[in-house]
Design a protein around this ligand. Sequence first.
Ligand code: ZN
Length: 110
Amino acid sequence: MNNNNYQQLPPPQQSNQYQPPQAFVNTQVVLPRNADHSVSPITIQCPLCNQVGVTSVKSKVGSGTLCCAFILLVTTFCCFIPFLNENCQDKLHTCPNCNAQVGTHEYKVC
Ligand SMILES: [Zn+2]
């Protein structure tokens, strides 16, 4: 008996046929155009020179600082503290490329 019964193997499954394409991650992050509402340096795209950079922050005595000083003067006579403590002062963000002012954060007592 020459039972030539070829066991035909099923064609190899092309398992990678439906491999989902690599998710295209949109790497173009929309950067803020100004640094308002931030007390610490943040990455922005400068509205003037269109350069992306981390802002440099300077502290400045503002109305909130004076208000804080007045409250301290009335209560504790330690009115000089807000002038020394940068956390009690306004923040000015400047562009690292063109030095333009790109944002302010006003210190508020309450
Ligand atoms: Zn700039």
